[in-house]
Design a protein around this ligand. Structure first.
Ligand code: SF4
Length: 75
């Protein structure tokens, strides 16, 4: 041991590509925490701090608008 704490793995959070999102709402029921909503014609996370980053929603978008990003980069 060199006395340094191991770096924590980066946490991920859902990112919605608003250019791709159709606002169809197909993904809304796929989040086990109910964090997805459609606002202003696009899906969004209602509380990004509660996203578990496991990506349960990713396969529920036919427009390929959902992805995971490191938390610091997600928008
Ligand atoms: S399923 Fe895809 S296109 Fe439809 S609201 Fe969700 S992210 Fe947008």
């Amino acid at each position: 041991m060199d006395g340094k704490a191991a770096a924590a793995p980066p946490r991920h959070v859902l990112h919605v590509d608003r250019q791709r999102c159709l606002g169809c709402g197909q993904c809304l029921g796929s989040c086990p925490r109910g964090l997805l909503a459609v606002r202003e014609h696009s899906a969004c996370l209602v509380d990004a701090s509660r996203c578990d980053g496991r990506g349960a929603c990713l396969g529920h978008c036919s427009a390929d608008a959902l992805s995971l990003r490191p938390r610091a980069l997600a928008g």
